[in-house]
Design a binder for this molecule. Sequence first.
Ligand SMILES: Cc1cc2nc3c(=O)[nH]c(=O)nc-3n(C[C@H](O)[C@H](O)[C@H](O)COP(=O)(O)OP(=O)(O)OC[C@H]3O[C@@H](n4cnc5c(N)ncnc54)[C@H](O)[C@@H]3O)c2cc1C
Length: 641
Amino acid sequence: MDLKAFSNLCINPYPEITALRKYFSDNDKSVFLTTEFAEMSYIQKFQYFIHNYMKIYQAIAQQYPDKVEQLVDVMQFVAPLGTISLTFNGLKPSIKLLGTPEQFKKWYELIYSGRLIGAYAQTEIGHGSDVQSLQLTATYNPETKTFVLNSPSTRSIKFWPGNLGMQATHCVCQAQTYINGKHHGLHTFVVPIRDPKTFKQYEGVEAGDIGSKLAYSWGDNGFLKLTNYHIPRENLLMKYFKVEEDGTVSSKGDKNAIKIGYGGMLGLRVTLSVYFLAETFRGAVLAYRQWKRSSELDSIKRRRLLKSFSFVYTGMMTLRSMTLMMRSFNENIHKNPKKALEEMVELHLLASAYKSLYSWTLTYCLREYGVDQSVGNLLTTGITGLYGDTIPGATYEGENSVMLQQTARGLCKFMQDVENEEFKKVPEAFKFLVDLRELLDKADEMKGNVERVEDLLNYEKIEELIDTIALFNVKECYELMKMHIVGGNSVNVTWNDKTQGRMVEMALEVSRGLTYKMSKQILFDNEKRKALGEKEVTLLKGLLLVHGLDVLHRNVNLASRFKIGGNPERLIALIGEAQEILAKKLEGSLDDIVEGHPFYEEELYYVRDFKAWSPVEGTSDRVKRSIIEKESFINTFSPKL
Ligand SMILES: Cc1cc2nc3c(=O)[nH]c(=O)nc-3n(C[C@H](O)[C@H](O)[C@H](O)COP(=O)(O)OP(=O)(O)OC[C@H]3O[C@@H](n4cnc5c(N)ncnc54)[C@H](O)[C@@H]3O)c2cc1C
């Protein structure tokens, strides 16, 4: 297997997606994002996504009729779909996980016959990360057998959800639920908002577009206000919480089973991580080509790119592991719910961290490739557009700092498990906390001394250093948390006020270190790395070391504080030396590394050849349009002279 095939295997969740991409590359390239996209108007972009949605759905239905459900969930990996794909990866998972089988069957038929376009409408103007404070109310009326929905204040208006402004016929909403005067907390409802034939809003519904945005202009982001709006009782998703016609309430399943229901957005978080990573890959390829064409590719640029590609390839392998874990979780939800629950804890903590790590790194890399380079500011290079469109990735589907706080919280809890010798409670990915626990007694001694540069070209040694730093990093945060709680602060104040910054920093670095471990596991396992050729394995192992050294370099201050890796100045010098050795070794292979990308040529924006470029002969429409009609221009001014 060559690098390109391996990248496709890692990035595309199913082989059928790779085959569909090939099908469109051979038969209808118009589905791919090309240079024209940058110059399209909002309406043209919108139409482009809708056409893609229909074409890709049809291709799936014709070529894989037995796998429609599985494949449409990930059809945005074939070609971009904008917000419209939220029907399948926003609304549908909620119905599947929180609805009864009968409810799912009913909505399934509407979804898969194209009569339902969906939105996932959780966020309100005043309530984003703080889900528990959502204000939309659903009050049951036993006489009409309906729930009456109301947005009681401006802050309770749903705001931002994709598809909601123009396209959605239905959305899933969380609402504070009241039955017979009693408050039952938040529950999830399917809410019809527009007639699927006319797209006219129903009475009691006010919805629309939230207005122009910095970028992401093609996204249909909307608002929704509901006033005395009745929906049938059956629209409450009742797998775990049932309301009878007369208003009798019963709960089904234990607390743990209910938690699985909230795993609905996990899949989307993993999918988004893959999307962010793929776009970083695209940006790196574009930058490479652009830099190569416009100037000499000097060694500074080569090294910056090597670092980016090391991040991209290790990220790809890490996310391959995540996709496989996600698949196992989905299978176990029905086969083995106890196992699914264990998997969910690990998946949730990793997906929260990776969604954040990859969305932040994407904008960081694109800024470095494009926005900081004059030529990258041209829309036709594709880089600036990608940059703008991906900035909100840090906010949607879980604000990054809040997500990382959750990962940090899990890590502190596992440190407590280690302290209590409850080792079995620590999931596989975080087992280094158990394996290295004896080092905690050696806080004042030097650990993992690095003596020679060869130590830093050794995969095992790098892993040991990364793990040791992570162990002490988690331990320090755990102690900090305990100190605030013992000092009289509540858990909430401790988390949200006293420790947030430090916790976010810790979770980010620990998860960065985990990408080294997870990609190493794939690369050093014949079965997992598939039939990847020897030459390719050698290249990827080189990139793995580049990535490992980058992680160490970023953590050198922590290493010094925790007495890890020897004298800090010497450690920095040796890391630099090792980076130099690797750069020399890999620089000559940069072309092979770049060409291992998973894209078709038409998916890479047009990159202008600056050496041959001339404004008059330029191929861009904009250049042709911008030539001033001299006659009328001069006539405008001359009479006044
Ligand atoms: C392009 C785009 C698409 C979106 N699509 C959807 C969608 O389809 N459906 C949907 O329901 N929503 C959607 N959203 C909304 C998105 O999920 C929310 O914006 C997000 O959850 C953050 O909420 P917020 O904007 O209210 O910010 P807040 O949660 O108020 O966060 C603002 C700041 O406060 C900090 N903060 C928040 N909580 C804490 C805490 N406990 N402790 C310490 N600091 C904290 C955060 O770190 C952040 O810096 C979308 C948003 C965007 C930008």
